[in-house]
Design a protein around this ligand. Structure first.
Ligand code: IMP
Ligand code: MG
Length: 329
């Protein structure tokens, strides 16, 4: 029986630093689970000053926790094995990682289709959409059919469970900026697909950044943003390059209207805002609210403004934590 379930998820367009937060919090849990996505995700985590990049394995691996890849995830077997090899070499116990029998398998054909037909959407070219399409068409291959039995997990979660989202609200297949979205449920309710009663969910922890970024295409991020020298400075200082694709991410000022909507849509109880130190290094403090760019004299006054707007308009939200790039909470 699960005792309590906490959920970490992204409130923007991905790359908010969910992996960092998950690995920092994982020590307090029995299980760390992924419920959506696959090798399109890129989670960057620092352990004892060393940088690790994962795609499919839950960030609980760094804390030696039992890790589950849920039925709503998709798996590229060779990439997964590569990731497990890397983690083994680094001294982490990969026997803790188990996969739900119903997770779907990405094939070479899925990747080829993605590259040939979906590049105009700026996908990560990992075969994600074709794999989920075959799942819906009832012709996909599931983990139970192809993986060694020792990888398969068909048990029940117990104790304290932490669920780690991949991608984010505005990439969600139902609520995101369609068609510039991914193919899975990135919203926190997706965590219940792991076999969790919504009644057990306790903390709903949304992660955002103090500025917005978009990896791939989205008309909300016009190409003219590339010409702004201050936003380019954020790209460089913030290291805003895709951890899966290596692509430069398009940066814009924080859209507070979108953030508020994302928090309200998902019932976020705690908000973590990452990369505040990057804005401080850049020395310009702006956000978009009511479709206007607002300028602040300091990071402090910008934080006060955000806190005022969000705590007054988002009923379930009761805590905001400000964080830096590498620092954990
Ligand atoms: P797909 O998930 O590869 O089909 O890509 C669809 C859209 O989601 C593209 O705009 C990608 O850039 C974006 N996307 C997918 N996964 C991530 C992620 O982990 N971080 C940021 N963007 C992502
Ligand atoms: Mg990422």
């Amino acid at each position: 029986m699960t005792e309590s379930v906490d959920i970490i998820y992204g409130l923007a367009w991905g790359d908010e630093g969910k992996g960092k937060i998950t690995s920092a919090m994982a020590k307090n849990y029995d299980w760390v689970c992924r419920w959506n996505g696959g090798p399109n995700a890129g989670h960057t985590v620092y352990v004892n000053g060393k940088k690790y990049k994962t795609h499919s394995v839950p960030s609980g691996i760094f804390a030696g926790k039992k890790c589950v890849i849920g039925p709503g995830c998709v798996i590229n077997i060779s990439k997964m094995l590569e990731e497990l090899r890397m983690l083994t070499m680094a001294g982490f116990d990969v026997n803790l990682v188990k996969i739900h029998p119903n997770a779907h398998i990405i094939t070479e054909d899925h990747i080829a289709y993605d590259k040939e037909h979906l590049s105009h959407l700026g996908t990560t070219a990992q075969g994600i959409a074709p794999c989920y399409s075959d799942k819906a068409l009832r012709r996909g291959k599931r983990a139970i059919e192809v993986l060694e039995p020792n990888w398969i997990w068909d048990g029940e979660l117990s104790g304290k469970v932490l669920c780690e989202g991949a991608q984010s609200v505005w990439l969600d297949i139902d609520h995101g900026d369609y068609p510039y979205v991914t193919s899975s449920t990135t919203m926190p309710y997706g965590a219940c697909s792991l076999g969790i009663s919504p009644k057990r969910v306790n903390r709903i922890i949304g992660v955002a950044k103090i500025y917005d970024t978009k990896s791939g295409v989205d008309p909300l991020f016009p190409q003219t943003l590339w010409n702004d020298p201050v936003l380019n400075k954020i790209i460089e200082l913030g290291g805003e390059y895709g951890s899966t694709t290596g692509r430069k991410r398009l940066v814009n000022w924080l859209n507070l209207d979108k953030l508020k909507k994302a928090i309200r849509l998902t019932g976020c109880t705690e908000l973590i805002v990452n990369k505040c130190d990057i804005l401080e290094q850049v020395g310009e403090y702006k956000l978009i609210h009511g479709n206007e760019v607002n300028t602040f004299v300091s990071l402090h006054s910008m934080k006060d403004y955000i806190t005022g707007v969000l705590l007054n308009t988002c009923t379930d939200l009761h805590q905001i934590t400000w964080s830096g790039d590498v620092e954990t909470i």
